[in-house]
Design a protein around this ligand. Sequence first.
Ligand SMILES: NC(=O)c1ccc[n+]([C@@H]2O[C@H](COP(=O)([O-])OP(=O)(O)OC[C@H]3O[C@@H](n4cnc5c(N)ncnc54)[C@H](OP(=O)(O)O)[C@@H]3O)[C@@H](O)[C@H]2O)c1
Length: 253
Amino acid sequence: MLYKCIAKHLCACLLISQLLFSPCISKCHFGSVEVFLIEYTGPLFIYFLFYFRMPFVYGLDERFTSSPHPVVNLACICHSFHYIKRLIETIFVHRFSHGTMPLRNIVKNCLYYWGFAAWLAYYINHPLYTPPSYGKKQINFAVIMFLLCEAGNFSIHVALSDLRRDGSKTRKIPYPTKNPFTWLFFFVSCPNYTYEVGTWISFTIMTQCVPVGLFTLLCFIQMTIWAKDKHYTYLREFKDYPSVRMPIIPFLL
Ligand SMILES: NC(=O)c1ccc[n+]([C@@H]2O[C@H](COP(=O)([O-])OP(=O)(O)OC[C@H]3O[C@@H](n4cnc5c(N)ncnc54)[C@H](OP(=O)(O)O)[C@@H]3O)[C@@H](O)[C@H]2O)c1
């Protein structure tokens, strides 16, 4: 039985890796906006499968039951809010310079976003889930931090989009605006990533769930790599680039 199960998983992994590295997949391209819409709609619906405890998730005895802990409902609202915000930004805010994206990226990104959404949702909505140790105080603190980080992330995306109001596709030096959330541009090159990491840290504090913490760590590592990349590109391209700025964490990293 166990061997059969392992063999099935190996076959699935093999198929996915064949798909990812096949020459066809690197030639096929899709519109960037459509790709992001697919990537972000997945987590939204996948999370609900666990939240509503569909029959195949935690067994028949638990089907369509709901958690007695209010924080589970709150986590569902915050998770949905996060991905709805991303969908809205994709449609109405971002001005992408690349019209299309290779099919390989869609498969890779969907595996990442959809897979992790299922993993987090499984634990947060599990019948044996236990709420945070410090109760309401911890949850309220986390919600406030979550909302501030979401507002910050949104403000940075608007500021970046405003750099292309003239319809250009070039990258310019982003500067702080009148909006206080953008003042993080004084200290870092990618404040949208800083705020995004803040969002996931808040979600970890709110749910006090180890898998959420691990996902947050992974997001942080991934965004630090990208932020460093973008930071060094800015330094290379602009001689007058502000020297105080760090890639993602003020004065540190
Ligand atoms: N949880 C995670 O693991 C994770 C990982 C990555 C991203 N995210 C989230 O997704 C959001 C978007 O990610 P991203 O990597 O696409 O962010 P990004 O590279 O900062 O780009 C955001 C938008 O701003 C534009 N832009 C960036 N810098 C610009 C500049 N100097 N001048 C003009 N336009 C500029 C980009 O255009 P281009 O089309 O030219 O790039 C893009 O349309 C992040 O802020 C974060 O909230 C989450």
